[in-house]
Design a protein around this ligand. Structure first.
Ligand code: MN
Length: 231
């Protein structure tokens, strides 16, 4: 088979401990999955999990021990950081039960769900899709994937983000409203998960703006940290 032009390169993420890379199929994101973040966004309590997607090529993969730069995106005056634990799916499936979810997980990484908050807020008000606020180019920085067996007790890991050396977000994966198994159960009821899917599991409280020149360092205990500069 030939193509009318060369197909796009497969987006991929480095994997710690191997030269092989994780090829990305889709990026799923969970909305409002920490109670104190739901509150800061004007909502209360537990609601069924909901999902949105980013294009696979929105990732900005960061090699271990290095810093990557993201452009300050167009159209926004309010670029927000959202530090998140990312689950990398290695074995696909539909209708996966929470108790079986671990069999489908390849590993974990630290991710940033960067958000053009003003555009997202405007779309929310109009009842329109969030794509322009969430799924824009370079909106999904991600650090190297740590294979699950080497990631420690990720379900109770601290996660944090500093901007220019000062704390912005600090919480614990144990505070997820819907835990990793429950996320995979709900998500795989709606879509058949495939190897290469990434799941951004939601952000804790403390989301705020970054501007050109800001340095972000984010981490989840047990995983390689993520360092990003805003151009
Ligand atoms: Mn998010």
């Amino acid at each position: 088979m030939t193509y009318v032009f060369p197909p796009a390169t497969v987006p991929s993420v480095p994997v710690l401990g191997t030269p092989e890379r994780f090829p990305v199929h889709r990026i799923y994101c969970v909305g409002r999955n920490y109670e104190d973040h739901a509150k800061e966004m004007g909502f209360t309590g537990r609601e069924p999990p909901f999902f949105f997607l980013k294009p696979a090529d929105a990732i900005v993969p960061v090699e271990a021990g290095t810093t990557s730069t993201i452009p300050y995106p167009s159209l926004t005056k309010n670029l927000h950081h959202e530090i998140e634990l990312v689950v990398a799916i290695g074995v696909g499936g539909a209708n996966i039960q929470a108790a079986d979810a671990h069999r489908h997980i390849f590993g974990y990484a630290v991710g940033l769900d960067m958000t053009r908050r003003d555009l997202q807020t405007d779309m929310k008000k109009q009842g329109r899709p969030w794509c322009i606020g969430k799924g824009y180019d370079a909106s999904a920085p991600i650090g190297p994937i740590t294979p699950a067996a080497n990631a420690g007790n990720i379900a109770q890991a601290g996660l944090w983000l500093q901007v220019n050396g000062a704390d912005r977000q600090r919480s614990n994966v144990g505070k997820l409203i819907w835990n990793i198994g429950e996320i995979i159960e709900h998500l795989s009821a709606a879509w058949e998960l495939q190897p290469g899917d990434l799941i951004y599991t939601g952000t804790p409280e403390g989301v705020a703006a970054v501007v050109s020149g800001d340095d972000m360092v984010g981490g989840v205990d047990g995983l390689e940290s993520l360092t990003i500069t805003v151009a």
